[in-house]
Design a protein around this ligand. Structure first.
Ligand code: FES
Length: 75
């Protein structure tokens, strides 16, 4: 399915950009070699970013040790 008609970006291309590390709509465009034109796809790309983002409490926070309070958690 096309996400961005102006740039012919489909869901597969956008999801690949997100999986490769794009965290903002602008980064998705850049990763896809696209330039926003009408902007109608921005909300859809934002939703795709939100859907694929790690959820709070489901994994380690980047840059944080796996167990930041080992003494507290061992008690
Ligand atoms: S649909 Fe994406 S810029 Fe127009």
């Amino acid at each position: 399915m096309y996400v961005c008609i102006c740039n012919a970006l489909n869901t597969r291309t956008v999801n690949q950009a997100i999986d490769d590390g794009a965290e903002t709509v602008g980064q998705v465009y850049k990763a896809c070699g696209a330039v926003p034109q009408c902007g109608k796809c921005k909300c859809t790309i934002r939703e795709m970013l939100d859907d694929r983002a790690p959820r709070h409490g489901t994994g380690p926070i980047p840059g944080m040790p796996a167990d930041p309070l080992p003494a507290f958690n061992a008690a």
